[in-house]
Structures are given as C-alpha cells and as structure tokens.
Design a protein. Structure first.
Length: 371
C-alpha cells in the first residue's frame, strides 16, 4: 500500500470516527506536576503492579496532543521522580473508552508494560532488543504476524521499520504492549505498532518525544516496567490528603520563590534610586565648585554708612590747619625783560645779597680767553 493511499484511508477513518465515536468532553484539567506523588498516594486509576519504573504520559484533555512525560523510579519504599519531559500523542489525542482502532489516530489509554525495544543499536537496555535491518518489519496486515516484529518482505499494512529509522523516528523505540501479550490477547484491527519513540511530533498513535528522553528510558528499563497513558482526568482519581499536602508544599515553594523575587526587585529599585541620588549630589558639588572658581566682582556699591563715614572724614580734614609739606607749585615764569617780583615767603636775606653782588660784578668776556 502506498503512503498516499494510506493517508487517504487514515483521513476517511478519522472522519468516520468523528461521526460515530462518542463525543469528547470539551473541558480539561491542568497538567499533573508530580505524578509520582499521586502514585504513592494511591491516586492512579490503573495498576502498575510491582514495576521498578513507571512512566506517565498525560494530556490535559481529550483531543490534546501535547503530552507531559514523567519518569518515576521505586526507591526506599516510594516512587520518586527521575526525569520529566514533553512529547506528543496521536494526532487525535488519547482514545476514549472503546475507541482504540486502526487509523483512528488515537493513542491508547491505560497502563501497559515494556518488554521489547528496537532501533539502530542497543543503548544498554535489558529489554529484548531488535537491531533493525532493511528487512525489519512490524506486522500490520491481519494474520499471524499482526502487531509483532518479524523480518521479511512484508505486505500491505506492515511497517517498514528500517525506513522509519532512517527518517529518525525509530532511531530508538520501546514497544508499548497495547493489544499484544503479555498485557492482553491480540485482536485483529484493534491497532498495532504503538511505540515510545523519537521524532517529537504528533503520531498515528504512538508517544513521540526527543531521542535523549527515549534513550534515557531504555537504558534504565527492565522487563515489566510500565507506562501509564491518558488524559489527566482518566489517569488520576480525586485528590486526597497526601496529594493535597504535596500540592500545598509546591504552592509554598512557589510563594517562597515569588517572595524572593519580590525582594530582589525591591532591592534593585532601591539601589537604582540611591545611584540616581548619588549622581545628583555629585553634579551639585561640581556646580558649586565651578561657581567658586569664577571671578568675583571688584567692588560693590557703597552703603549709606560708608557715605556718612566719608563725609565725616572730609569735614575733619577741612577743619585741620594746613601745614607746609616742603613743596609748593612752581612760580609763574615772568616774560623776558620784566623784573621778578619779590616774594618775601620765598626769598631769604642771603638770596637777596647774592643777587646784588651778581648785578655789581661785570660779566666776564669768555671770548678773549685763550685755550
């Protein structure tokens, strides 16, 4: 059967399922954050028997393909979480009760064991491992090989495992024992090849996640480990005191984280405010220093008191008697031929006598002197 014909049949089957299968509930529940605690509290609807490891694959509601994956391991008398990741279910989500048939594109709901695995090479699992070859097939044609691994040419409906491995889907895969022993007898047409595999995309009914998560599951898996699959409401029962305590502890942890975050935000805002204030203070100091270095004015207008003191000083200076300081302005030079007036205050008797003698003494004729 060609891939195009197969897709056409799948589309037709999906349309028929939409017309005749039970209507899906519209509302859904929030994802379960700690399935391991719910398992310890006895709040899982499906038995896990005595599985060493239990993997949960849950969706919020019917029709949702995004699936939360959680790995739990049994240690010291209780299941504890080993890892958590995300993946996808079938393109139409998980199957409501009685709806799991070929080409409905549903993933089965319930608890199923792991006993076989397949892929390019064994990553170290204790499950029975099929190292894929070009002749590797998974039975999809109704008959003796239906929903089993075999090697050969294959017929219409059989999956070519090698081809899907080369596409990256079956690089590593764990077989989910839906519609096959040891979990249940095989019913022809009730769907086949339900794997936990790589690819990280909605599937025809498998659970798909990243290759690292599949490899991690396989390395720790032993025959009898189980996977619990379905919507949150189908997988878990009503909450009890034990799960309420776990939820309360998670809520307290979230509140504590929120309080720490609030304190950090407050501290950040305070430090930013202090930084701004320090910067403003520095700018103000610089402004004052710059103003102090500027030249101050040479003087200021005299005040009324200054005027009064100056006037009083002038009056006192005018009232004091004048004294001769030893200097007087030069006398006006008389014109040529005019007689100099005598100033009694300037001429002394000695000066007058010298002047008289100069007048009586004849002038010496210097022109007759011999050199």
């Amino acid at each position: 059967m060609t891939r195009a014909r197969r897709l056409g049949l799948a589309a037709a089957a999906g349309l028929l399922a939409a017309l005749f299968l039970p209507a899906l509930p519209a509302a859904g529940a929030e994802q379960e954050h700690d399935p391991c605690a719910r398992l310890n509290a006895g709040e899982v609807r499906y038995s896990v028997r005595e599985a060493k490891r239990v993997t949960f694959a849950t969706a919020e509601k019917y029709g949702a393909t995004e699936t939360r994956l959680t790995g739990c391991v049994f240690e010291d008398g209780a299941y504890v979480q080993e890892w958590q990741s995300w993946g996808f279910s079938g393109r139409n989500g998980f199957a409501p009760p009685g709806s799991m048939w070929e080409n409905t594109l549903y993933s089965p709901t319930g608890s199923f064991s792991f006993t076989e695995a397949l892929g390019r090479s064994n990553p170290g699992t204790e499950l029975e491992y099929h190292e894929l070859k070009p002749s590797s097939r998974w039975g999809g044609k109704h008959g003796e090989t239906y929903n089993q691994y075999f090697e050969g040419e294959g017929q219409g409906g059989d999956e070519n495992l090698w081809r899907y491995m080369e596409q990256g889907l079956y690089e590593q895969a764990a077989v989910i024992n839906w519609n096959r022993p040891p979990d249940m007898p095989t019913r022809q047409g009730a769907s086949f090849a339900i794997f936990f595999h790589a690819g990280y995309a909605p599937t025809w009914g498998c659970i798909s996640t990243d290759l690292a998560t599949v490899t991690r599951l396989l390395r720790g898996a032993v025959p009898g480990d189980r996977i619990v699959m379905g919507t949150v409401e189908d997988v878990f029962t009503a909450s009890t005191a034990a799960s309420d305590a776990a939820v309360s502890a998670a809520a307290r942890a979230e509140e504590k984280a929120a309080a720490v975050e609030h304190r950090l935000e407050t501290l950040t805002r305070t430090l930013m405010t202090l930084g701004v204030l320090a910067a403003l203070g520095l700018l103000i100091r610089l402004a004052f220093k710059r103003a102090g270095r500027q030249r101050k004015p040479r003087g200021s207008p005299p005040s009324a008191d200054s005027f009064a003191k100056t006037a009083a000083s002038d009056r006192q200076a005018a009232a004091r008697p004048r004294t001769h300081t030893g200097w007087s302005p030069p006398a006006e030079i008389p014109p040529a031929g005019a007689s100099r007036p005598l100033d009694p205050s300037l001429d002394s008797p000695v000066d007058s006598r010298l002047d008289s003698e100069r007048e009586r003494k004849p002038r010496e004729d210097v022109s007759s002197r011999k050199p």
